[in-house]
Write a protein that binds this ligand. Structure first.
Ligand SMILES: NC(=O)c1ccc[n+]([C@@H]2O[C@H](COP(=O)([O-])OP(=O)(O)OC[C@H]3O[C@@H](n4cnc5c(N)ncnc54)[C@H](O)[C@@H]3O)[C@@H](O)[C@H]2O)c1
Ligand SMILES: O=C(O)[C@H](O)COP(=O)(O)O
Length: 527
């Protein structure tokens, strides 16, 4: 039975889903060295933001197939290391969107009305109505940095509260911003004109300390900053200085560069100018149920050999694309495996041609599936959708993708051509009905055969007697032929013969086949 380690606090509904297919161990707050020690036992790891999955942990994780992040941000996972190791990383891109957006809005309002301090003062026996005179958000300008899922929901609610909206997001189109009702501006303008600035960006090399002393110097002295995205996008020392000196009026932070926030952080010393919460953006009952289900289902599926719907390190496999392409991915894997064996082990070039209806689809996943098939003889179960691209690159395989919508023999077909140590070979395949795979050409000779486990391909002259000779030769060695087909372009020209065999071809017979008069070449293939 598979084993799953849950190393952060996850809703029980997720544990129940995982328990259907695996032994689930919940161990929260493990020291990193303990995680490195025990991780080789596990097939899957389920985390939130509390566990840092470092390169060291990934390198030790010899059985790990999947890391599931029950939330959005995967900056606590070394994704390149996981990708190299062939470990799929999944998250829940939308499960906590509303919770995080509502938390940002809560922070904006509670900071504006001093709710945390007023609450504290009443609870400590006071009735002070003078110290907590706040400001309204109505008609104020809200600058949204990062107009993605959370930023857009914040925009919708803020608009309803009568705020004017500016947004900075270099990856969002003007049309999308118009739809949301935001004026798309550059960062400098947003910084200078906003009364409130709310951050909804990932932590990346580009966003690290995006809000720093220089930025605070440009903000209005009445401006307030909200960060419910990621610690590290704000320079906390510079923010503490800006608040202390009155360069800006307030800040509300849910996330910090180091979590838990250091006991002696200057941010703790800023009184009513700052509202601090301990990374609670996703902490609603609803969001925790959503992310736990979303991620546990993906872990369960991957452990059962099915694809994940929200993998962050499998190129091109978005859920809607995946659903439509699934049968074609199987076709691509089979053809990749076949052409790889025909071309010989050391392939250095692969042309992936999407034809007919397939030409109109996203090619990335089909290319990855073709490479997975191509490399499967060499790498066996070590190659998967996660690392096939990297493995191919490291082996110097040059890949080109072409599209030809004009080929209409089948609704959609895939043509792979590979150059390897046995020369250049090509195969084409299509789907019969929705799922049945057919090999429809080999080296451009038309055939129509289903792939089977053991196959023999010959290239020969189309003259009488060849089929009989091969049949008797295989018979002499007790090899049973399940089916046989010949494909040719012209009568008595060159032809291919494709045989499906019940058993693998015994050692040495291939050399005998090549000696048969009229046979130019022969290949065995195991799919
Ligand atoms: N506090 C919490 O508990 C909590 C909960 C959920 C999500 N988050 C964090 O909130 C952030 C946003 O999440 P989301 O689901 O909206 O993500 P998203 O991917 O939908 O949106 C992020 C947006 O940021 C934009 N962006 C990227 N780089 C940028 C840059 N340099 N400048 C400006 N914009 C840039 C992207 O184009 C995208 O539109 C993430 O960092 C996520 O980890 C925090
Ligand atoms: O990126 C996220 O989803 C949030 O930061 C939530 O983190 P959490 O799961 O640790 O609450």
């Amino acid at each position: 039975m598979s084993k799953v380690l849950v190393s952060d606090s996850i809703d029980q509904v997720g544990i129940d889903i995982l328990s259907q297919v695996a032994q689930v161990d919940v161990k929260i707050g493990l020291p990193p060295e303990e995680l490195v020690r025990i991780i080789p036992e596990y097939d899957a790891l389920m985390i939130r933001s509390g566990t840092r999955v470092t390169q060291e942990i990934i390198e030790a994780a010899n059985n790990l197939k999947i890391i599931g992040r029950a939330g959005v941000g995967v900056d606590n996972v070394d994704i390149p290391a996981a990708t190299r190791k062939g470990i799929v990383v999944v998250n829940s891109p939308q499960g906590n969107t509303i919770a995080a957006a509502e938390h940002a809005l809560t922070m904006m309002l509670s900071m504006s009305r001093y709710v945390p301090d007023a609450n504290q003062s009443v609870k400590t026996g006071q009735w002070d109505r003078k110290s907590f005179v706040g400001v309204e958000v109505y008609k104020k300008t809200l600058g949204i940095v990062g107009l993605g899922k959370i930023g857009s929901h914040v925009a919708a609610v803020a608009k309803a509260m009568g705020m004017k909206l500016l947004a900075y997001d270099p990856f969002i189109s003007q049309e999308r911003a118009d739809q949301i009702g935001c004026r798309l501006v550059d960062l400098d303008l947003l910084i200078q004109e906003s009364d409130y600035i709310t951050l909804h960006i990932p932590k990346t090399k580009e966003t690290y300390h995006l809000f720093n002393a220089e930025v605070f110097a440009k903000m209005k002295p009445t401006a307030r900053l909200i960060n419910c995205a990621r610690g590290g996008v704000i320079d906390e020392t510079a923010l503490a200085d800006a608040l202390r000196t009155g360069q800006i009026a307030g800040a509300a932070l849910d996330v910090f560069e180091n979590e838990p926030l250091e006991a002696d952080s200057p941010l703790r010393e800023l009184g009513s100018k700052i509202v601090l919460t301990p990374h609670l953006g996703a902490s609603t009952e609803e969001a925790q149920v959503n992310v736990a289900i979303d991620v546990a289902e993906q872990i369960r599926d991957v452990l059962l050999g099915l694809p994940a719907r929200s993998a962050v390190n499998i190129p091109g496999l978005y859920p809607d694309v995946l659903e439509k392409l699934k049968p074609y991915l199987q076709l691509a894997e089979t053809l990749g495996n076949l052409v790889g064996q025909l071309a010989g082990g050391r392939v250095d070039f692969l042309d992936v041609r999407l034809q007919g209806e397939l030409a109109g689809t996203s090619s990335q996943a089909v290319v990855v599936a073709s490479l997975k098939g191509l490399l499967s003889q060499a790498l066996r179960e070590r190659v998967n959708y996660v690392n096939a691209g990297i493995e191919a690159k490291e082996r110097g395989i040059r890949v080109i993708e072409t599209r030809d919508a004009s080929v209409t023999d089948y609704t959609g077909s895939l043509h792979l051509e590979a150059k390897g140590s046995l020369g250049t070979h090509s195969v084409t395949g299509a789907l019969l009905g929705d799922h049945e795979i057919r090999i429809t050409s080999v080296d451009d000779f038309p055939i129509n055969v289903p792939p089977t486990r053991y196959m023999l391909f010959t290239l020969h002259r189309d003259v009488p007697g060849i089929i009989g000779n091969i049949g008797s030769l295989l018979g002499r060695f007790n090899v049973n032929i399940a089916s046989m087909q010949v494909g040719r372009k012209i009568v008595r020209g060159e032809a291919v013969m494709v045989l499906s065999l019940d058993d693998p071809l015994p050692e040495g017979i291939l050399a005998e086949i090549i000696k048969v008069s009229g046979i130019r070449d022969a290949y065995t293939v195991t799919l």
